[in-house]
Design a protein around this ligand. Structure first.
Ligand SMILES: *[C@@H]1O[C@H](CO)[C@@H](O)[C@H](O)[C@H]1NC(C)=O
Ligand SMILES: *[C@@H]1O[C@H](CO)[C@@H](O)[C@H](O)[C@H]1NC(C)=O
Ligand SMILES: *[C@@H]1O[C@H](CO)[C@@H](O)[C@H](O)[C@H]1NC(C)=O
Length: 771
């Protein structure tokens, strides 16, 4: 038979709900044989997922009753029904593809060999299996095993990560509820569990919509979770709230292996691995025992499989490491010092951030010991050689440096030296660069720098008008005297960045000692003027405008952090650096400038300039500054945007001064409106209010990794993903290392304001004084 057209469909169920057909794969010349729910375009069954078919391949229903797919001379899939007197093939209204024998007996059905989806009425019985489309190399599986429904990761040694017996959302139906599960069926809004005699044991209700005619699908996704979709309602009908497992992070493949999944479900490679999450541990079964060493992965970790295996008990982490060392199939270990639990694994998926109430596990992985085991004589010799080499290099380097310094000094006596010319040639050669202005041009445009419009980071800003009437903002850089090289880099990087939410660099001037940057002029100035408490009533921004400014700022930062070619950490996010154009579109300014200063300088600088509370804790601790430091500052700005500037003023000794704690408390008490600027009119039911507060609280976590990346912030603000309840207010205090988190169930403790005066952050902030 040759079937052309009808979009590849060739068998339709009588009620036209489902169709069997060839659907194109990644490109239009390859196909898969699928059953599809027509209205929602959801695939509910696939004949053979291993191979894509081409147009010369055949789907055969043979006279002898066999049905198969033929690729060249190979049969890639078959119902194996040859000789079974098949009389008809039908696609039933339920979506079940059946081969019927005499008297309409079912000889084969697609419902008995499901792929990764079950639909209403489809029985899933012991011996059947759902297999997810693989993520990287790993598939996950749903099986009925030992009288329970379980999910497992298909590693070399499979790892169970969920069971229905252990899910508290399940309800027992009969008193025989500890019977063994033999089959499960989706019935209306619940998943029903039956024993061998078809007696109902348990129910798992996954939706409030109890319409008996609703058509549901349960889909096992590549990340390892099961989601429920109302097929009649199409794509938007996933019951997010009732995914299995309940916790987004308790699955093997939400993140890449070794990455940590955080509560809000963002992924992060543990700091100890230096972003190198793709390197695999050493498999020591084939290599020599002595060459094994252990690399620290991280702490406060949890792992999805821990609840399903019994650990050995060790008194110390070293004992656990030794157990792993002497077991060649062990590649990764997790250890909890309070319980002594020592878990050994050969392979690992993503970690998750440990449960709020526990200390979590530390983890190590096997690596090869490159230095050791060659005998101490060799070692000593190596050390001696290293010392000699080091000394020689040091001497040469210092001679070279002295020579260089002398040369430089001599050179710097001449103004307009060779170097300057070289620099100018370099700047001119950058073809796609912003316009180069002369100092005279800019002097004229700014009427000899007469109208100052701001004292931004790194220098004063003046308004200028070109001969053609274009307005400019001219920034005269100060204190970057010797930074010629940096200036070149700066101009070339900033000049190449274009984004709607970033202020555009239009030009520059580098003449003699003068360094100026020329930006597009932003009609409404900087954000601080629009949210301060002194701002006139007529200037108060409405809720929509504020929300859009918050979102735009987030998008600008997300671009700097994650989308442009060189990652740029801003280091000075505050309302003064968020500029507004004539239509109140937010644009981040001054990005790229932080690189010109060392950390200490910018800290002193920022504090003296009067930035209050925007600094993430790592500015004053030893933790490295990263884009997550910007996320923190962004969180503060976010609260200020919606709350009005007065609310984050540590000089005010009221409870409101402890704004994050206060925000958290109001959120818990269901009074988010209290946090908003009292001059604002808003709709109590606007989801964006609670969402914005939650996002801000997530951003302001002391612990860097708990803060979401900016792209996630954007998604959360846009309502594209769920926002989990942020950790309690105790998190917004200093150095809260243990039991820091209060679960979303909320037992109501520790929500009071914390003692900020003991906080080192605050002491730095106090230095600044009022603006
Ligand atoms: C197909 O549907 C029609 C109504 O749409 C119904 O009358 C008929 O009995 C159905 N046929 C089968 C085989 O179910
Ligand atoms: C996937 O599996 C294949 C074969 O089992 C292996 O060769 C390959 O390295 C694996 N890739 C990854 C990313 O693990
Ligand atoms: C060896 O390690 C594997 C994990 O790779 C673990 O399953 C097994 O129980 C360990 N054997 C012993 C004796 O600890």
């Amino acid at each position: 038979m040759e079937w052309v057209d009808h979009s590849g469909r060739f068998l339709l169920s009588n009620n036209s709900t489902f169709s069997l057909g060839f659907y194109t794969g990644v490109d239009v010349t390859t196909f898969v044989l699928n059953i599809i729910h027509i209205n929602s375009s959801k695939v509910i069954w696939t004949a053979d997922r291993r191979l894509l078919l081409s147009s010369s391949d055949k789907f055969v229903f043979e006279d002898n009753g066999n049905v198969y797919l033929k690729k060249g001379n190979d049969t890639t899939w078959s119902t194996y029904t040859a000789g079974e007197k098949v009389t008809a093939m039908e696609l039933l209204d339920s979506g079940n593809l059946v081969l019927l024998g005499e008297n309409k007996t079912i000889l084969w059905q697609s419902f008995s060999s499901p792929t990764d989806t079950l639909v209403s009425g489809q029985e899933f019985a012991e011996g059947m299996r759902l297999k997810s489309f693989p993520n990287r190399n790993t598939s996950v599986f749903l099986d009925i095993s030992s009288g329970d429904l379980i999910l497992s990761a298909g590693y070399q040694t499979p790892q169970i990560y969920w069971s229905m017996k252990g899910d508290s959302r399940r309800s027992n139906v009969s008193n025989s509820s500890n019977g063994n599960v033999h089959s499960v069926i989706l019935v209306s809004n619940s998943w029903n569990f039956y024993d061998q005699n078809k007696a109902l044991l348990w129910q798992f209700v996954f939706s409030g919509n109890s319409d008996p005619n609703a058509l549901w699908a349960a889909n096992l996704g590549s990340d390892g979770s099961i989601k429920f979709v109302n097929l009649q309602r199409g794509n938007l009908a996933t019951e997010e709230a009732t995914r299995i497992p309940q916790n987004t992070c308790s699955v093997p493949e939400y993140c890449n292996p070794y990455e940590v999944c955080y509560f809000g479900s963002w992924c992060q490679c543990p700091t100890a691995l230096n972003g190198n999450c793709r390197s695999q541990p050493l498999s020591s079964c084939s290599s020599s025992h002595q060459l094994v060493d252990f690399a620290y992965i991280g702490e406060k970790l949890d792992y999805f499989a821990l609840g399903f295996v019994t650990p050995s008990v060790k008194s110390t982490v070293n004992a656990c490491i030794e157990a792993c060392r002497s077991n060649c199939s062990c590649n990764v270990l997790l250890f909890n010092s309070s319980s002594g639990g020592c878990f050994l694994f050969d392979q690992i998926g993503n970690f998750q951030r440990s449960d709020p109430t526990s200390n979590g596990y530390v983890s190590y992985m096997k690596v090869s010991n490159t230095s050791g085991a060659k005998g101490s004589k060799n070692k000593k010799r190596a050390i001696v050689i290293a010392v000699i080499i080091f000394a020689t290099v040091a001497v040469i380097a210092s001679l070279a440096y002295i020579g260089f310094w002398y040369h430089q000094k001599k050179k710097s006596l001449l103004d307009y030296s060779e170097e300057t010319l070289e620099e100018e040639n370099f700047l001119d050669s950058l073809s796609c660069m912003p316009i180069r202005f002369s100092y005279g041009d800019l002097s004229r445009a700014t009427k000899n720098f007469s109208s100052k419009i701001g004292q931004g980071g790194f220098g004063s800003v003046y308004v200028g008008v070109l001969a053609d009437g274009t307005h400019l903002a001219v920034k005269k850089l100060e204190g970057i005297g010797q930074g010629k090289k940096e200036f070149r880099a700066e101009v070339s990087i900033i000049g190449s960045i274009h984004h709607v939410h970033l202020v555009k660099l239009k030009g520059f001037c580098a003449e003699g000692a003068h360094r100026l940057l020329v930006y597009e002029f932003m009609g409404k100035g900087s954000l601080d003027k629009w949210i301060s408490k002194e701002c006139e009533a007529s200037k108060v921004l409405d809720w929509n405008t504020r929300f859009n400014i918050a979102l735009g700022t987030a998008k600008g930062l997300a671009y700097l952090h994650e989308e442009c070619e060189v990652k740029i950490v801003h280091c000075d996010i505050k309302p003064e650096n968020v500029l507004l154009d004539d239509n109140f579109v937010a644009k981040v300014s001054d990005f790229g400038l932080a690189k010109l200063m060392s950390r200490e300088e910018s800290l002193v600088y920022t504090t003296l300039r009067g930035t209050r509370g925007y600094l993430a804790p790592e500015w004053i601790t030893d933790n490295p500054i990263s884009e997550k430091s910007d996320v923190y500052s962004y969180g503060v700005v976010l609260l200020e945007i919606i709350g009005g500037r007065k609310n984050y003023d540590p000089a005010e000794s009221s409870e409101r001064a402890h704004f994050p704690s206060y925000a958290f408390k109001m959120l818990e008490e269901g009074k988010p409106g209290e946090i908003l600027d009292s001059r604002l009119e808003f709709d109590e039911n606007d989801r964006r209010i609670v969402d914005t507060i939650k996002v801000a609280l997530w951003c302001m976590q002391d612990e860097m990794n708990l803060r979401p990346p900016m792209t996630k912030v954007v998604q959360m603000l846009e309502g594209l993903c769920a926002i989990p309840q942020p950790p309690s207010s105790s998190q917004y205090g200093p150095q809260t290392s243990l039991s820091f988190y209060q679960g979303s169930s909320g037992d109501g403790t520790s929500t009071g304001p914390i003692n900020w005066s003991s906080n080192a952050i605050l002491s730095a902030v106090h230095l600044s004084g009022p603006r």
